[in-house]
Design a protein around this ligand. Structure first.
Ligand SMILES: [Zn+2]
Length: 276
C-alpha cells in the first residue's frame, strides 16, 4: 500500500511537471511532436557597462526598469567579480535596443547581454575581467558562438551608445580568445584598399559614418575620434584578413551586407534608456 501511494505521488509530481514545462501549443493546428529540435541559440555576446555606481543599484534597475521602461540583461558582473544571472539564455533580454552588427539587426533576439558594474569613467577591475573571461568561455562553448562575435553595445548601436567605455580591455579579451584585435602581422593594406568596406565587413553599421568611426576607435584605439586616424587602415586590413580566414560556416559572408539606412533617433547613453 505504501509503495502504491509512493508511486501515485511520483506520478502526480511527473504530471505536474509535464503541465508546467510543456511548451505552448497553438490550438489552431494539430500537435504532432517531432524530437528533432533544440533550444534557439544566441549568435552574439554583447558587453555593456552599467554607468551606475553599484551592482546592487544595477540589479534593481535590471529587475524593474527606469524612466524609459523595463530593461534587463542575461548577466551582471560586479566589480568584485560576483556573477548574477537575471534572464535565461533562451529568453530575449532587453539590453540592446535598436542595433545592428554584421548585417544582423535586433540584437536582443540573437544575443546574450552581459552588464559590467562600472560607472564608465574608471578602469575595469581585475576580478571583474577574470570573472568575465570564465563566463565567456562557458557561454561560447555551450551556445556554439563564434568567439569573435563578442562585441560592445557601442559597436552595435554607435549612434546611441558608448559602452563599454574606452577603458575596456578588448586586447586582453582577444588574447584570451574572445572578440577581435589586430595581430600586427599581416603587413600594409594593398593598393586600393577601401577602409569603409573593411569597417562594414568587420560588422559596423555605416548609417552614421562618424558614429561608426567613433565606435571603432573606442574599441580598437581607446579614443572617440569621429574621423579617420593614421594607422586605421592597417588595423582594418588586419581585421579583414582575419575575418576572411574564418571557416566558411562562420557568419562572415553576411558581414559585407551591413544595412545602410536612416540612423535611429538619438537616445541616452546609459542603462536608463529604453533598450527593448
Ligand atoms: Zn549598454
Amino acid at each position: 500500500m505504501r509503495l502504491l501511494l509512493l508511486a501515485l505521488a511520483f506520478a502526480a509530481v511527473a504530471l505536474a511537471g509535464c503541465t508546467t514545462t510543456s511548451p505552448p501549443r497553438n490550438p489552431l493546428a494539430e500537435w504532432h511532436a517531432s524530437p528533432n529540435h533544440g533550444p534557439r541559440r544566441a549568435r552574439v555576446i554583447v558587453l555593456h557597462h552599467t554607468a551606475m555606481d553599484s551592482a546592487e543599484g544595477a540589479l534593481r534597475v535590471l529587475q524593474t526598469g527606469n524612466a524609459g521602461g523595463p530593461v534587463s540583461s542575461h548577466y551582471l558582473i560586479g566589480d568584485d567579480g560576483r556573477r548574477y544571472q537575471l534572464v535565461s539564455e533562451q529568453a530575449r533580454a532587453w539590453h540592446a535596443g535598436d542595433s545592428s552588427w554584421a548585417g544582423i539587426s535586433d540584437l536582443n533576439s540573437t544575443s546574450i547581454g552581459i552588464e559590467l558594474d562600472n560607472n564608465g569613467h574608471e578602469p575595469f577591475s581585475e576580478a571583474q575581467i577574470q570573472s568575465l573571461l570564465v563566463l565567456l568561455a562557458d557561454i561560447v562553448e555551450r551556445n556554439g558562438i563564434q568567439p569573435h562575435l563578442v562585441v560592445g553595445h557601442g559597436d552595435i548601436a554607435p549612434t546611441k551608445k558608448d559602452d563599454p567605455s574606452a577603458w575596456f580591455p578588448w586586447q586582453r579579451l582577444a588574447e584570451a580568445g574572445f572578440g577581435s584585435w589586430p595581430t600586427g602581422g599581416v603587413g600594409l593594406p594593398p593598393p586600393g584598399f577601401d577602409p569603409w568596406a573593411a569597417l562594414r565587413l568587420v560588422g559596423y553599421d555605416l548609417a552614421d559614418p562618424g558614429a561608426a568611426l567613433a565606435a571603432f576607435h573606442r574599441h580598437y584605439r581607446g579614443r572617440d575620434d569621429r574621423t579617420w586616424l593614421p594607422g586605421d587602415d592597417v588595423i582594418l586590413h588586419d581585421l579583414q584578413v582575419q575575418l576572411m580566414a574564418l571557416p566558411a560556416s562562420a557568419p562572415r559572408t553576411d558581414m559585407a551586407q551591413g544595412s545602410i539606412g536612416t540612423p535611429p533617433p538619438d537616445a541616452g547613453e546609459r542603462l536608463n534608456s529604453p533598450v527593448r
